[in-house]
Design a protein around this ligand. Structure first.
Ligand SMILES: *Cc1c(COP(=O)(O)O)cnc(C)c1O
Length: 365
């Protein structure tokens, strides 16, 4: 069984996708063309944001958003250490210093109780991560951000299309991003990402920055970079986008099938009341992760670990001077987290096989 059944998804949409890609090949227009434009319009409407700007990856979307928000050297950006490396890396690449804030034990998301103690007079904003597709507590984070005049950048790389408080991800902050990396809920056939905002001047700035800071042909107003989504990726996303809402529903059904059938004692991410997550991963906490993964692997069930080392303990972030014990919740979760095979195209039989393996594992525990 595949960890994510992308082959099944391609089989299901193959004719549509191949047709859209052939369209691009016939046009021989590969960069900043019609399909990218249409994709931006469709996804802006889907999310409920006024503007969408397609870029080359989720990481670039974060960096360009931070630059658009005016982040500069000396600034501090608060985020969690229990996330994919790109969240904190983007703050560094935008010239700022990431300042970590621990997560909640049950949601694995930023702990609003702990944000204020991390704020200094250099803090500019908060990157809120919707880990595994579950939007964080934006209501409380927004109140803190407002009080201290900070921006919120929503890292919706895993939560595209998720709902909280009547808003769709990633439209819950001042700016929001998503990633179209193939394994994300809405993935393309390579790298890709998108920036969302309601602010016209932010949209114009991000649009210029992704294209060498150009505001009109060969007029380079800002120091930009090359970060454009190509037309082939846009073609794939136009097709997958048409089926996305249906896939989110399937994701929820499959996630609740797991949750209802988990053996007692196995803990999954707590989904707060009224939140509709996208389940980028279905992750659980186990005590002996190695033993657990080996047990499943012997039954040909793949698992993955998102993420084994919290960012403050990664070598590349050693210069910040954090040590073990500083973010105990993130460290504990990193030691125990494991993701089960999951995707909208996972078969019922495969899911039942995973559940039955979980039960026989518990029997031995
Ligand atoms: C995947 C991911 C990113 C980066 O996206 P890329 O498209 O791979 O650059 C950023 N943040 C989170 C939380 C992610 O999961």
């Amino acid at each position: 069984m595949d960890f994510i059944n992308l082959k099944g998804q391609y089989q299901a949409y193959r004719e549509e996708i191949d047709r859209e890609i052939r369209d691009v090949l016939s046009s021989q227009r590969f960069i900043l063309g019609e399909k990218g434009k249409r994709l931006e319009e469709e996804l802006a409407a889907f999310v409920g944001s006024r503007y969408a700007i397609s870029v080359a990856s989720g990481t670039d979307a974060l960096i360009l958003s931070l630059r658009t928000l005016g982040v500069s050297p000396g600034d501090e950006i608060i985020t969690t250490p229990f996330t994919f490396i790109a969240t904190a890396e983007s703050a560094v690449l935008a010239g700022a210093t990431p300042v970590f804030c621990d997560v909640e034990e049950d949601t694995f998301l930023i702990d609003p109780e702990k944000i204020e103690e991390r704020i200094t007079d250099r803090t500019r904003g908060i990157i809120v991560v919707d880990l595994f597709g579950c939007p964080a507590d934006y209501e409380r984070v927004r109140a803190i951000a407002k009080k201290h005049d900070l921006f919120i950048l929503q890292d919706g790389a895993q939560s595209f299309g998720a709902m909280r408080g009547g808003r769709k991800s990633p439209s819950m902050g001042d700016m929001g991003i998503t990633s179209f990396f193939p394994a994300k809920p809405l993935g393309c056939f390579g790298d890709g990402g998108m920036i969302f905002t309601d602010c016209e001047s932010h949209a114009r700035m991000a649009e210029a920055l992704r294209n060498h800071g150009q505001t009109s042909r060969y007029v380079h107003t800002y120091m930009g970079q090359n970060s454009r989504l190509d037309e082939i990726q846009a073609a794939v996303l136009l097709v997958k986008g048409r089926h996305f809402e249906e896939e989110i529903t399937t994701r929820q059904e499959k996630a609740s099938f797991y949750s209802k059938n988990l053996p007692e004692g196995i803990i999954c991410q707590r989904v707060p009341e009224g939140v509709v997550p996208t389940y980028a991963q279905y992750s659980i906490l186990v005590n002996d992760r190695e033993g657990f993964s080996n047990f499943l692997s012997k039954r040909n069930i793949p698992t993955a670990v998102h993420y084994p080392v919290p960012i403050h303990l990664q070598k590349s972030f050693g210069y910040l001077g954090y040590g073990p014990g500083e973010f105990p919740v993130s460290e504990q979760i990193s030691n125990r987290i494991v993701s089960l095979p999951f995707s909208p195209f996972m078969s019922v039989e495969d899911q039942e096989r995973v559940i039955s393996a979980l039960h026989s594992y518990r029997g031995k525990d």
